[in-house]
Design a protein around this ligand. Sequence first.
Ligand code: NAG
Ligand code: NAG
Length: 464
Amino acid sequence: MDVLTALLLLVHLIPVSTAKNGVSSKSRKRIMPDPVTEPPVTDPVYEALLYCNIPSVAERSMEGHAPHHFKLVSVHVFIRHGDRYPLYVIPKTKRPEIDCTLVANRKPYHPKLEAFISHMSKGSGASFESPLNSLPLYPNHPLCEMGELTQTGVVQHLQNGQLLRDIYLKKHKLLPNDWSADQLYLETTGKSRTLQSGLALLYGFLPDFDWKKIYFRHQPSALFCSGSCYCPVRNQYLEKEQRRQYLLRLKNSQLEKTYGEMAKIVDVPTKQLRAANPIDSMLCHLCHNVSFPCTRNGCVDMEHFKVIKTHQIEDERERREKKLYLGYSLLGAHPILNQTIGRMQRATEGRKEELFALYSAHDVTLSPVLSALGLSEARFPRFAARLIFELWQDREKPNEHSVRILYNGVDVTFHTSFCQDHHKRSPKPMCPFENLVRFVKRDMFVALGGSSTNYYDACHREGF
Ligand SMILES: *[C@@H]1O[C@H](CO)[C@@H](O)[C@H](O)[C@H]1NC(C)=O
Ligand SMILES: *[C@@H]1O[C@H](CO)[C@@H](O)[C@H](O)[C@H]1NC(C)=O
């Protein structure tokens, strides 16, 4: 048995509580890994398998937990697309043979998979803003195309949708049975994997939904900044961040050596191999239990993988310390956070529109939002990651609204920079909605350290 197989067997055979925490937990409360408070785990393979998010038994989650006198008002869900085929090929090797058609009796299973395919085949272009209407509604290539969503990716989001259905619809009655089109807000980037992920989640959430009540908007920017994307200072932060990344890589001689060895195996210049971003492809091999590629010069192996993945983990650590990415994130995430609090504010005024919002997006969308909220310790967004904002009303004090923030089912509300100290002063298990509003309207810019107090000034600050 090779190492890869052994590791994957480990993940499949050991109960989730043990595999995910890395310790045998008798305490039933610690089933979910806490992405914020867990001590830094540096095992690169363990981290990579969390990233794969291989569907297994139903996970526990903290969504919808609230005292009885709280009423759920609205829910805002940000997802990363599910498992996908790599975006890059390792030069001069055979690309992994993964089947992107959906087959009900192939692993990973989902009881709703067949019904999902059948429902998707009835969909019409009228439900999608152009150019989304030209995309296929589910993955369908016997050999996956680059970046295509896999069956694993579909199953991950069917599961997410079903979990949210049980909590928000069955338990908290967020939407009435005869919900209407304007109670949903659906938005996705223009990639087939994000549209299909959004549809899978929606299908799990509202099985057999009426196509006439569905309308997916198209978001051209991965930052979801529509209309407010021009922000020169944000780009300057990004350039400095990229420079930091480059310098850290140069310092890592083991990494350079590894790229050199791999380049020799596939017989291309080291530079070309590095530019092909081999980790993306190697993760696909790992997540799908397909052995790493070989040539007549040898094989890419687990040791190569560990060196590159370990560097990624170190890069994330330095990224947190140097704060350049934080600057980028505060400006990059402002428009979508601003839009979200706008939607929440309308809901607090009793309007019954856009009570469930779904943004189907990428790691480069979720990552800045997490960082901007002060959740920089949170793990990099895995496949089918979900970040959720819940808005609640206190029935005993109807003018008071509160928010909860959840990342992959873990309540991270009191880890955010705008609510860190709140629970020490208040017995309420939630954050006042005003805290989030104040943060988005003003404190985000104060956190940048300049004198700006609004988005436009912060984006155009001179002499940065
Ligand atoms: C991984 O693949 C090997 C064959 O290459 C197979 O024997 C093994 O059962 C697979 N492991 C899992 C966990 O699917
Ligand atoms: C923030 O949202 C308000 C409406 O809620 C809008 O008028 C304003 O232009 C938005 N600002 C940015 C920078 O997106």
